[in-house]
Design a protein around this ligand. Structure first.
Ligand code: SAH
Length: 462
């Protein structure tokens, strides 16, 4: 193998000053222009590092000693932060995290999207007043250690399950229930599933929590359809936590990392719990998609609604609509909303949710946005406003081209990946749109995820 040209050597120590953070939250220092990525280091910090790996064009390092700390550095509040890997930014003050997210969006829009930041306003990230206990869903693997059950998380870069009593970004009720279920199952001699041997029974415990309604659902993911000591276990759990409205079993008999199997049955109570985002009520089943931070989802969708500037006369398309969350938000202010989504079960949920809220001006279609929307256009159907909320890979080019042909007055782009947002904004700008403003929203405090909503308007003369 040819030797990689680099100004640093493996296993050597260097003194560096960090300049930046990667989108994964690692510090970036440069030696003779050569970038070195170091976990847990922050911009402006001076430190001693050890180079632990060299690749073409960059290296990895390990933080050995910090000489000068960043003003944003704090002690991570979570005692298992370094083992878990679920959070990446707990060592950064919350203000620092919000700054980091805004800067990252700016950098990516300029670098990938070639957007002129003197014209596009990127606002400060909208954060949470209390950025803890925000997750409404716990999905916890169960294992065995020294004869007892453990329920927690997979240790970073391994498949060992570490027991976890408390996750600081999780609703406290969810953690309490997981621990209680674990203890009761242990009392009745329940065996955890063993991945290697494909033996045992209990694979995962999942708890979902309705932030507004306080309703709870517990899901047992098991290898087989039986349920040893079912009545005893269920009555203990539901007596201990009267807010539980639903207990469900999902059966997954496959050798797989995928959590859920295809069979789901209600063991106790209802099939759904309910929650509200803004004025809209949602029915949540064990398998439905539902945003994990509904408080910030409300903030994000309010922004999307503001950017859509609806007067009640508009016809709106909501592409990648999931269970219709944004569609139903928009329907309150639009003449008509058409949602498109690829997963048939999500569209069933969307229709049910429309009915649940008495919303009659929203229609939903199953299919690929890049196929369904061009088809609509061919049939002469257009929209005044298009909202897109694609997965990480961004919008398909065929969809963006149809938007350029259809020429809605406004496009609202909701994105969970600034990189693909930037790429798609560039294409829309080249086709006659102007990006007016971009609002990052912190949906996942203490992680590196950044969610954004962008407002585009059709330039005059197009
Ligand atoms: N707007 C929704 C969900 C956004 S997540 C909400 O706020 O809750 C992105 C969604 O796009 C997922 O539901 C995914 O199933 C869907 N999706 C992925 N590829 C798609 C495609 N090509 N066409 C339509 N929907 C797609």
């Amino acid at each position: 193998m040819p030797k990689i040209q680099a100004p640093v050597m493996k296993n050597e120590y260097y003194d560096v000053t960090f300049e930046d953070l990667t989108h994964e939250g690692a510090g970036v220092a440069k030696i003779e222009g050569f970038p070195i990525f170091v976990e847990n280091a922050l911009p402006d910090e001076k430190a001693k590092i050890k180079v632990i790996g060299i690749k073409k064009g960059f290296a990895f390092g390990k933080l050995i000693e910090i000489y000068e700390e960043s003003k944003n550095r704090i002690e991570a509040p979570c005692p298992i932060y370094s083992q878990c890997g679920g959070c990446q930014l707990q060592h950064v003050s919350y203000e620092g995290q919000l700054d980091f997210k805004r800067k990252q969006v700016e950098q990516v829009l300029a670098r990938i999207g070639k957007l002129d930041l003197t014209k596009v306003k990127v606002h400060q990230t909208l954060g949470m007043k209390d950025p803890w206990n925000y997750r409404n869903k716990a999905q916890v693997p169960v294992g065995e250690r020294e004869g007892g059950l453990v329920a927690g998380f997979y240790q970073k870069r391994s498949h060992d399950i570490i027991d976890m009593e408390r996750c600081l970004i999780q609703q406290a009720e969810n953690d309490e229930i997981v621990q209680y279920v674990k203890t009761i199952c242990e009392e009745y001699g329940i065996r955890a599933y063993n991945e290697e041997k494909h033996k045992g029974w209990l694979r995962h415990i999942m708890v979902r929590y309705g932030l507004v309604t306080k309703e709870l659902m517990v899901v047992f993911v098991t290898k087989t359809a039986d349920f040893p000591h079912k009545n005893e276990i269920l009555s203990k759990i539901t007596e201990q936590f009267p807010q539980i409205k639903s207990v469900v079993q999902n059966i997954n008999n496959k050798r797989t990392n995928v959590i859920f199997g295809d069979d789901t049955k209600v063991l106790w109570g209802e099939e759904y719990i309910y929650d509200k985002i803004g004025d809209i009520k949602f029915a949540i089943s064990a398998r439905s998609f539902y945003q994990v931070n509904p408080e910030q989802t409300n903030v994000l969708y309010d922004k999307a609604l503001e950017y859509a500037k609806l007067t009640g006369e508009e016809s709106v398309i909501d592409a990648y609509c999931g269970i219709g969350t944004i569609s139903l938000f928009l329907a309150q202010k639009a003449k008509k909303v058409f949602g498109v989504e690829i997963v048939p079960e999500a569209i069933e949920d969307a229709k049910r949710n429309a009915e649940l809220n008495g919303i009659e001006n929203a229609e939903f279609a199953v299919g690929e946005a890049e196929v369904v929307i061009p088809e609509w256009y061919k049939q002469g159907n257009t929209a005044d406003v298009i909202v897109v909320d694609p997965p990480r890979k961004g919008c398909d080019e065929a969809l963006l081209k149809t938007i350029l042909d259809m020429k809605p007055k406004r496009v609202v782009y909701v994105s969970c990946n600034p990189g693909t947002l930037a790429r798609d904004l560039q294409l829309l700008e080249q086709g006659g749109y102007e990006t007016v403003e971009v609002q990052p929203v912190d949906m996942f405090p203490h992680t590196t995820h950044v969610e954004c909503v962008a407002q585009l308007i059709l330039k005059e003369g197009n």
